[in-house]
Ligand binder design. Structure first.
Ligand SMILES: [Zn+2]
Length: 108
């Protein structure tokens, strides 16, 4: 059983906030989901991953939730890396796009 950090009353397994004093329970569902969403979006839609990552860092700090904070940092780093890789990939494709007609002409 877990107990509220503020008032010490017993917490239900899925309570996000204390029923007695309304204090948010660190690391419970919504926070976990935010961290996970941030990480998933960071890979596929980096802009959203970045925003969720910043939110996770802010909420993580507010709630003293180290896991959420770290997930937020990870999501931000991954978002930036994925964005850079995508830009490089597009740049590379453009270079190839320019190169391909020359290659085809040479082979023909
Ligand atoms: Zn409480």
């Amino acid at each position: 059983m877990e107990y509220c950090s503020q008032c010490g009353s017993e917490l239900g397994k899925k309570d996000r906030v204390c029923k007695n004093c309304n204090t948010p329970v660190p690391g419970r569902e919504r926070a976990d989901k935010l961290g996970n969403c941030a990480l998933i979006f960071a890979f596929f839609i980096p802009l959203i991953g970045l925003i969720l990552g910043i939110l996770a860092v802010v909420f993580g700090r507010k709630r003293g939730d180290g896991m959420l904070f770290v997930d937020g940092i990870k999501a931000i780093v991954i978002s930036v890396v994925v964005t850079v890789v995508k830009i490089l990939f597009v740049y590379l494709l453009q270079m190839l796009g320019v190169a391909i007609p020359f290659i085809v002409m040479t082979l023909a």
